[in-house]
Ligand binder design. Structure first.
Ligand SMILES: [Zn+2]
Length: 268
């Protein structure tokens, strides 16, 4: 009994509901949301820059608990307000279509601090922020690191909402179904998300790679925080994907994001 109570206390301390062996596992669903795009520019160097670059984000359902992974472009990109960054619909608008209110989102997890991944984070007024510890520390420096938009994450930087600064593999719902994995290199706290669907595992790879071409050529942007860490992180995730036979989704590659169904359909 003592052991059982200890396990129960641990589960509660970890923030999850205590699971009993008779519980049916929570149903996991994964939606790909349109969270904006960075428009094409034929004069740019890389193939991925010559076509509209999607800036997707993703909703994971664990039963009736929800995690938003990345939060796309800011609402300032709505319509034609910005020359190259475009947003057609807000995340909240898309969630409303599937009957989910912003207040129901328990976690906002971000792959990294760049502004095209954090734009609408603060629209989720009850969410705990899941962020790589290296990124959270970097956001507090002055000046802010290149490409970061600290105001997007102000409620968490101000301590008004809870933060999980992730330093090692983080089991989001406490049952192994969804894991945030640190993959530093693009930024100091870059992370990917492993989602174990009934049909097989999916890895949402953030900007670990920018395109499938990057995977083949080993290329990376000059502004990555560490080339060596990027290579080590890519190696780890490639091996993990092979071991698990996981689908890897390179988030900015238009040919890759379509591995997941078009909204409002979800992968299960
Ligand atoms: Zn990006």
């Amino acid at each position: 009994m003592k052991v059982l109570l200890a396990a129960l206390a641990l589960a509660v301390a970890a923030g999850g509901q205590a699971a009993s062996p008779t519980d049916t596992p929570a149903k996991i669903k994964l939606w790909r949301l349109d969270c904006g795009r960075l428009d094409e520019n034929a004069a740019r160097k890389w193939a991925w820059q010559k076509v509209p670059t999607p800036a997707p984000c993703f909703l994971v359902a664990h039963g009736t608990r929800y995690l938003l992974w990345d939060s796309g472009l800011s609402v300032r990109a709505l319509g034609n307000a910005h020359p190259t960054a475009k947003l057609d619909r807000t995340i909240a608008d898309q969630l409303a279509q599937i009957g989910i209110a912003p207040e129901q989102v328990e976690f906002v997890g971000i792959s990294h601090y760049h502004g095209d991944h954090t734009g609408q984070a603060s629209k989720f007024p009850r969410a705990k922020l899941l962020i790589g510890a290296g990124d959270f520390a970097a956001l507090k420096t002055t000046p802010a690191p290149g490409g970061a938009a600290p105001p997007h994450l102000q409620p968490w930087l101000d301590g008004k909402l809870p933060v999980e600064a992730v330093v090692e593999d983080h089991d989001v719902f406490g049952d192994g179904s969804v894991t945030m994995i640190p993959t530093p290199g693009h930024t100091p706290g870059h992370s990917v998300l492993l989602v174990n669907l009934a049909t097989g595992p999916v890895i949402l790879a953030g900007d670990l790679w920018f395109s499938y071409e990057d995977m083949v050529r080993g290329a990376m942007p000059h502004f990555n925080s560490s080339r060596a860490e990027t290579l080590a992180s890519r190696d780890r995730i490639s091996r993990l994907a092979e071991k698990l036979d996981a689908v890897v989704v390179v988030q900015h590659d238009p040919a890759d994001v379509v591995k997941l169904p078009a909204f409002p359909n979800a992968a299960e």
